[in-house]
Design a protein around this ligand. Sequence first.
Ligand SMILES: Cc1ncc(COP(=O)(O)O)c(C=O)c1O
Length: 397
Amino acid sequence: MATVVEFSRQSEVAELSSEYRIASPVIGFDRARELVAEYGSPLLVFSHAQVRRNFEAMRNALPGVEFFYAAKSNPCYPILSTLAEAGCSVDVCSWGEMKAALDAGFTPDRMIHTHPCKTVSNLLDCYKAGLRWFTIDNKCEAEKIAAHTPDVNILCRLAMSSQSSAINLSAKFGCSEQDAVGIMLHAKSQGLAVKGISFHVGSQCRSPDDFHVALMRARRVWDRAVDAGIPLEVLDFGGGIPAPYRHDAVLTLDAYCQSLSQALEATFGDLNIRIIAEPGRGMSADTGTLVTSVLGKSVRSGLTWYIIDEGVYGSFSGQVYDHVEFPLLAENADERTVSPCVVAGPTCDSSDVVCRDQQLPDLDVGELLLVPTMGSYTNASACPFNGLPVARIIGVD
Ligand SMILES: Cc1ncc(COP(=O)(O)O)c(C=O)c1O
């Protein structure tokens, strides 16, 4: 079941069970200093090796599943190019993401477009570049696709929520179990090739048990569609695989995906079909570490405030849009006295506060902090507010 553990206790939990993992940086402070000397601060550092390890772990634990990395979680070149080279496929939701994937080495036959409600130009740009798998969740979208790009393959997305997910991705998209067959029949009547169903259990789905429940519901819809004369052949079980954050120690990828594999076997194991997944966070989150510097400090009403060179308009935008919290790591923090403080970002906005409840040692101006698990929904949603550039991205081995 769901596992939520305060970061300060995570090392105890990880020691207790090798099935759990905690947020850990991909580089140490010495390497961070070298990189900052070369490239400046703030820096988002991505480990190619960790990207490969995550892909391998998923592939080994879920044999027969095809992986379409969700580029929306992080469309940066170091991650996309590593996955393209390793043989992964990619899930895009716009021409911009498709272009980033093409530039990184993916070909259109290794892509799926998962936006259930696209602009016509989004649809046409991706179609003209060769993409042929698209998602719908309503009749109107089926008519739009039939009018502009009739010779494509269609997946119908079901709404699906789960108890242990941090973010409900069916609050906006996904049709109900009751409406699904009607939508698929309508798409078919428009001349579209309806090939499968998809769903997303919600992002940061801490318990793989929730996949089992979702897969059982998906199987009910699948059987009804087949009975109605729609010969389905693809099941897409979306993303949702979690990553460790400040308050979350989560199952290792091996343990999580093995449980998922059993759920797949129990629900769809009797069918000879294509099964695909769209992992975003599970693939990218722990591959990235932010290196940020203290650029100023002050004492206000007896409390120390540190201003750092990255904030909620930058890589910490995940705290706003993705509702996760990141642990801030100071060098040798175990050997230094820590005290309460506020850590704020570099913009003029008062809401640009990174945290108010993490205890840190007395930091010097210029000192570096490392922030692990910064690989998903961070730079992807950052903007250059106040004219401050977004963090530079680099890949390391
Ligand atoms: C259609 C779709 N697939 C995959 C993902 C990736 O989800 P996650 O990062 O939880 O793996 C998302 C996230 O928004 C999504 O909307």
